[in-house]
Design a protein around this ligand. Sequence first.
Ligand code: HEC
Ligand code: HEC
Length: 427
Amino acid sequence: MPGRRWAWIVLAALLPVLAGFGWSRGRDDGWSAAELAVLAGMRLDRLGALPPDPGNAVADRPEAARLGRALFFDARLSRDGRVSCASCHDPGRQFQDGRPVGRGIADGARRTMPIADAARSPWLFWDGRKDSLWSQALGPLEDGAEHGSNRTRIARQLHAHHRAPYEQVFGAFPPLAGLPDDASPVGTPEQRQAWERMSEAQRDAVNRVFANLGKAVAAYERTLASGPSRFDGYVRAVESGDAAGRQLLTPDEVRGLRLFIGKAQCATCHNGPLFSDQHFHNTGVPPRLPGQPDRGRAAAIARVQADEFNCLGRYSDADAAACGELRFVAADDPGMEGAFRTPGLRNVALRPPYMHGGQLKTLDEVLAHYRRSPPAAAGTSELAPGGKPSAGRLAIRLDDEESRQIVAFLRSLSGGVDEGLPGRPAP
Ligand code: HEC
Ligand code: HEC
């Protein structure tokens, strides 16, 4: 009977598949359907295309990215000629510096953040005081502890050293003759006076050059992305029933992952392919300087709203309609007192120390912090002190073994940083 023969052929074809299922049960990691859905949502390849930056018309132009890369490594843009973005954002260290706080012209107040995937966050910095990558890039240049320079000096440097590629992207430079050497609306009192003495048209021209510099740097930063890790290979193997691929994580790492998305509730905030909800939370991390709590997000909202380089400002290329994040930010959310942006956890094991001020030296200390969940120095922690159930707060209860397993899992998230632009000039 032809029908029966077909049944045999189908069964024969299926046998290896069925056997494969049986074999893969050899180490049955036993994920439930709900857990599998969470894991699938954390795979790096679920990220999708980079979101557009409507405020930056050159965000995805390769010639802008090449100019941006040259600027990123150019120490001439700093006051002493020694500091570039790469001084703190070292490409050999995932574009950060491994220090508790960044060090440029002087020591800063917060830890240097890695830059890979920053283009996917609606808010930049630990406190989100910038609403775009291009606007963020302007901050360090005039920050006394970072590049320590000022707007008119930077416009001149750009003209002296990067004129041709600049003009290729942005068109002709405005005339710079007659501008003061050092002037800026956010500089020293002398620089501010010099800025006030400039004409409105001069100030506007310098601001536009300055904003364009930020847009080129942002185009470069948009090319930096986290690379796939063992974790991603493991999830793919679990999904496809590939028993060999499942060995990519050790049993302890698998237990850590299960805790991370389950009992330990880490994935409440560290979720999605980057392990961040890109939101702000108070998790009671003790201030870097005792007695001087950092207000975090609460102090940043008014700053980003008043920033002349924000999405709604005249140097942004966006229509107001595209600035929803900024227009609808809640200015008076008490939960933002002492809150910081949830950092992504890809490559996290390779970049101690941790937290916004580098307060915690190791991942073990991070886990010890979550187990203690101390009350916050500013605002109210979302975590229940000591893991004791408390209304409206997350109670994290873990024993030594479980903490160790979570740390083991975090180490499986290392996959380096991929650079989209081929070749990089020596710093
Ligand atoms: C002196 C060290 C230093 C220098 C120089 C420096 N940065 Fe940073 N960078 C930091 C620190 C510290 C933070 C976090 C500061 C904060 O949150 O208040 C940061 C944050 C960032 C972020 C935010 C990442 C995110 O996910 O929110 C980006 C992007 C960035 N820097 C790019 C740059 C660029 C571009 C330059 C050069 C124009 C630069 N940085 C120069 C130390 C530095
Ligand atoms: C309520 C949200 C929330 C929960 C729950 C949470 N985190 Fe965090 N996590 C944050 C925030 C916010 C920060 C940054 C805090 C700061 O710098 O003050 C952070 C920082 C970290 C860091 C440091 C990363 C870096 O680059 O500095 C690690 C590691 C980490 N969390 C792991 C975990 C683990 C493991 C768990 C579960 C035990 C967990 N988190 C639970 C929000 C959360």
